[in-house]
Design a protein around this ligand. Structure first.
Ligand code: FAD
Length: 400
C-alpha cells in the first residue's frame, strides 16, 4: 500500500526519511521553511552506522567517494606533545564499514538530488498540525493546509512541533561550550591527511579531520577543523572578532594550532553554542513521527547526531513497511508502526544523548578532576578503549 507522507524539514534527517519512505513506494513530499538550502557548518564525521544507512539507501558509494579517508586518531597536548596515536583499521574491520567525514554541503546535495527537487517544496513554514486515526492536517504560515496519511517531523533542534508531539514544553539546555568550525585546504601539512588530530588542554579542544574533497571543483582535499572553548551562555557572536578570539583562547598552544588560526577564513566559519535536549519519553503522536535533532538534539561529542537521524529514518521506513504488510487496516498498521518506532528508538537515542552529554562535560572541564584524569588516560591509550567505545555505539544500531 502506498501512503501519502509529508516530511517537515529538508535537513539530513528529513531527507533520509523521505528517501527511505520513497524507496518503499510511498508518495513523499518534503516541506522546508527556507527558500534556499545552505547547510550551516563545515562538515560532519559520518560514523559507520550512518554510512551503513546511506549504503542501504543507495548513496554509500557516493558518500565514500566524497569523504575523507580517516584511518588513524592522534591526541596531542595543547603544547603539541603526542599523547597517543593509533589506527582505526581494527574498528572498521570489526564493524565492517569505515567512517566518512564529509562536507555538509556535499552530503546535503547528495541526499537532495536522491530525493528529487520535484518532491521538495522550499519556502514552506509549517506551524501546526492536527491528527486523528484517519489522517493528519498540516498547517503552514501562509494559511495553507495539507492533508496527509503520515507526518514526519524533522524540523531540527529548535523544533516548533516537538512540544505538541511530546505533550509538554521541552527546553534546550546549554552544554557549556562554544564550537567554531570551518573547513581549510589541506595542502599546508597542518596534520597528516589520514589522521584525525585532536589537541586537548585547559578544557579546550582543537580538531583537524581529513574530509576529502566534498566534490569541490579544484579536487582540493580539505580538513574539517573545529575549536571548542568552555564559555558562559550568550557570549557575543561577532564574526569580525573570530580570529582575535581564537588567538586569545589558544595563546601558547602548539605551532600547528597557531598556524591553523591564521589560516582560517572567518567568513566560512560557523560559531555554535552547544545545546542538547533531555532524552524524550516518546517520539510519536497519532500518525506523527518525530525524527533527527528535533527528537534528540545532542552534544556533538560522539559525532552521532546526524548518524542517529539516519538510523531514525531507516527504522521508520522499515516499521511502516512491516506493519502495512502484517496488518490489514492502514489505521491500525500506522498505530503499530509508530509504537514499534518508539520501541526501537526511544531507548537507543536517549542513551546516546546522555553519553554525548557526559563526554562533552569530560572533554570540556565541567569537573576538572575528571578532565585531568582523561588527559592522563590519553597518555596511556593504545587505541583499544577508544575503538571499543565507538564500536559499541555503531553495533548498537539497527544495521549492526
Ligand atoms: P537540521 O539539519 O537542523 O534540519 C532541520 C530542517 O528543518 C532545516 O532545514 C530547517 O530549515 C527546517 N525547518 C525548521 N523548522 C521548520 C518548519 N517549521 N517548517 C519547515 N521546515 C522547518 N552529527 C554527526 O552525525 N556527526 C558529526 O560529526 C556531527 N558534528 C556536529 C558538530 C556540530 C558543531 C553540531 C552543532 C552538530 C553536529 N552533528 C554531528 C549533529 C548534526 O549536525 C545534526 O544531528 C543534524 O544536522 C540533524 O539533522 P536534522 O535533519 O535533524 O536537523
Amino acid at each position: 500500500m502506498s501512503l501519502k507522507v509529508l516530511v517537515i524539514g529538508a535537513g539530513m534527517g528529513g531527507l533520509s526519511a523521505a528517501l527511505a519512505l520513497q524507496q518503499q513506494g510511498h508518495r513523499v513530499t518534503v516541506m522546508e521553511r527556507v527558500e534556499e538550502m545552505r547547510p550551516v557548518g563545515a562538515a560532519i564525521s559520518l560514523w559507520s552506522n550512518g554510512v551503513k544507512v546511506m549504503h542501504q539507501l543507495g548513496l554509500g558509494t557516493a558518500i565514500e567517494r566524497l569523504s575523507g579517508d580517516m584511518q588513524r586518531m592522534r591526541y596531542l597536548s595543547h603544547d603539541g606533545h603526542l599523547l597517543s596515536d593509533f589506527s582505526l583499521a581494527p574498528l572498521y574491520e570489526d564493524v565492517k564499514q569505515r567512517a566518512c567525514p564529509i562536507a555538509r554541503a556535499a552530503l546535503q546535495q547528495t541526499l537532495f538530488d536522491a530525493v528529487g527537487a520535484e518532491h521538495i517544496e522550499l519556502g514552506q513554514h509549517c506551524v501546526d498540525y492536527t491528527s486523528d486515526a484517519r489522517g493528519v492536517t498540516v498547517t503552514f504560515a501562509d494559511g495553507r493546509k495539507v492533508e496527509t496519511d503520515l507526518l514526519v517531523v524533522a524540523d531540527g533542534t529548535h523544533s516548533r512541533l516537538r512540544n505538541k508531539i511530546v505533550g509538554r514544553a521541552v527546553e534546550r539546555q546549554y552544554v557549556g561550550y562554544v564550537n567554531w568550525n570551518v573547513r581549510v585546504p589541506a595542502k599546508d601539512a597542518l596534520a597528516p591527511l589520514d589522521s584525525w588530530d585532536q589537541y586537548v588542554g585547559e578544557g579546550k579542544r582543537v580538531s583537524l579531520m581529513p574530509m576529502g574533497t566534498g566534490g569541490n571543483s579544484e579536487g582540493q582535499e580539505e580538513f574539517y577543523c573545529f575549536f571548542d572553548v568552555p564559555l558562559p551562555a550568550d557570549t557575543p557572536n561577532d564574526p569580525a572578532r573570530y580570529k582575535e578570539e581564537l588567538r586569545e583562547h589558544f595563546t601558547g598552544w602548539a605551532r600547528p594550532v597557531q598556524a591553523l588560526i591564521e589560516h582560517v577564513d572567518p567568513a566560512r566559519m560557523a560559531r555554535v553554542e552547544i545545546h542538547d535536549i533531555e532524552p524524550l519519553e516518546t517520539l510519536t503522536d497519532t500518525r506523527v513521527a518525530l525524527l533527527g535533532d528535533a527528537a534528540h538534539g545532542m552534544a556533538p561529542d560522539l559525532g552521532q547526531g546526524g548518524c542517529q537521524a539516519m538510523e531514525d529514518a531507516w527504522v521508520l521506513a522499515q516499521v511502516v513497511q512491516k506493519a502495512l504488510e502484517d496488518v490489514p487496516t492502514p489505521n491500525e498498521a500506522l498505530r503499530q508502526a509508530l509504537d514499534n518506532y518508539n520501541t526501537a528508538r526511544v531507548k537507543r537515542v536517549g542513551e546516546i544523548v546522555a553519553r554525548a552529554r557526559q563526554r562533552a562535560e569530560m572533554i570540556h572541564g565541567h569537573t576538572s578532576a575528571l578532565t585531568q584524569a582523561w588527559y592522563a588516560e590519553l597518555g596511556q591509550e593504545d587505541g583499544q578503549g577508544v575503538r571499543e567505545g565507538i564500536k559499541k555505539t555503531i553495533l548498537g544500531g539497527p544495521l549492526g
